[in-house]
Design a binder for this molecule. Structure first.
Ligand code: SF4
Length: 378
């Protein structure tokens, strides 16, 4: 039986502009090339021309880069271009990523007037020294000011934090968590710093100019977030994500539950009709191809039913609720324990997975080895 794929209810728009590139960042973006913004908007409009009949969507997410790096007039045009193609369902979660540097009341008003109801603010830390190591261009005063402005118009605010930064002590991370909680955001994400090949941080680590946190310290920092954030009323609902009740990120839940989504912009990844594809990661290649009327897709892969089922396990285990075995069977056509019973047994014996009344999920210990666990199923 061929699976029936539902049309995508989630749309991602990639906005690849930043004032400068932070040393650890390997996202698809250009820094200091704002002269490309006009062409980007033209190209995005062309790429979106493949969308027909104004489909209704449940989540819309603008990520980057820094969408709010755009000047107010460009930000307004970006929103108009995208909103002319889709109908937002009642209660649609409409998120935009923002950074404290360069945010203004005027930009927030443009977002709110266009229907944005969730802003994810990349603060990373409140500490001047840590922000400087990360090469972020904001200070605590800008975080406070941004949050004050945002609260007037947006009632769902998410904060991103980074731990295991060179030079960051456990006590400093604890005070960062406490300060974040004191701002009462609806959502918090905590990510351990990674050193990606091709970034300035990778090179500096190779040259011993940067010393990463030890694995023990990184583990202690993650454990601290796992203790402190739920104690402050945040549900730990995904490996790195915590939310006040009712404020989980519905857009990201689409990814973790293996539902379809479409995406536009350089480097944007989509999952449609069982096929994964990703646009060219080079902003200039994406621009050139799209403006020439060509498809900007760089890589594409049709997943077999078994690949889809295996991927559904790896993604589903990211959620603290884990995987409901019956629901998994209905969705993928596979009995999870027949497909991957050996891996489930050995990871359970290791103490990283647990089975409870028809579900499997990571144990508390398993959270610290989530990538290894996922790798066992792929
Ligand atoms: S602001 Fe964010 S997206 Fe932009 S360079 Fe820094 S880490 Fe990357």
């Amino acid at each position: 039986m061929n699976p029936v794929f539902a049309p995508p209810q989630a749309i991602y728009i990639h906005v690849p502009f930043c004032a400068h590139r932070c040393g650890y960042c390997d996202f698809t973006l250009v820094a200091g090339k704002d002269h490309l913004i006009n062409n980007y908007l033209r190209a995005l409009e062309m790429e979106l021309s493949r969308v027909e009949d104004s489909p209704e969507i449940s989540t819309l997410f603008f990520g980057g880069g820094t969408p709010t790096h755009l000047l107010p007039a460009d930000l307004k045009r970006l929103l108009e271009i995208v909103l002319s193609k889709f109908r937002l369902a009642a209660g649609c979660e409409f998120s935009v990523e923002a950074n404290p540097a360069g945010l203004s009341e005027e930009k927030i008003a443009i977002l709110a007037d266009a229907g944005v109801n969730r802003v994810s603010l990349g603060i990373q830390s409140f500490d001047a020294q840590i922000l400087s190591v990360l090469e972020r261009d904001h200070r605590q005063e800008e975080i406070d000011q941004s949050l004050q402005w945002l609260r007037r118009r947006i009632n769902n605010i998410a904060l991103d934090l980074i731990f295991a930064v060179p030079g960051q002590s456990l006590a400093l991370w604890e005070s960062t968590l406490e300060m974040a909680v004191a701002h009462h955001p609806q959502h918090l994400s905590t990510y351990g710093l990674t050193f990606e090949k091709g970034t300035a941080f990778w090179t500096r680590r190779e040259k011993s100019q940067l010393t990463p946190a030890t694995p023990e310290l990184e583990r202690e920092m993650y454990a601290l977030a796992l203790d402190k954030l739920p104690a402050a009323g945040y549900e730990h609902y995904e490996i790195s994500n915590f939310a006040q009740p009712g404020f989980r990120c519905r857009h990201n839940e689409v990814y973790w539950t293996g539902q379809s989504y479409d995406a536009f912009g350089p480097g944007a990844a989509r999952y449609l009709d069982g096929r994964r594809s990703i646009n060219h990661r080079s902003v200039t290649t994406w621009l050139k191809r799209t403006l020439a009327g060509e498809l900007p897709i760089g890589e594409t892969e049709m997943l077999s039913p078994e690949d889809r089922a295996r991927e559904a396990i790896a993604l589903g285990l990211r959620r603290r609720a884990g995987i409901d075995l019956m629901e998994f069977h209905e969705r993928t056509g596979y009995d999870l324990l027949e497909l991957a019973g050996d891996a489930v047994d050995s990871l359970t014996a290791q103490g990283w997975l647990e089975r409870n009344s028809g579900t499997i999920r990571l144990t508390h210990e398993g959270l610290f080895f989530a990538d290894q666990v996922a790798g066992e199923f792929l």
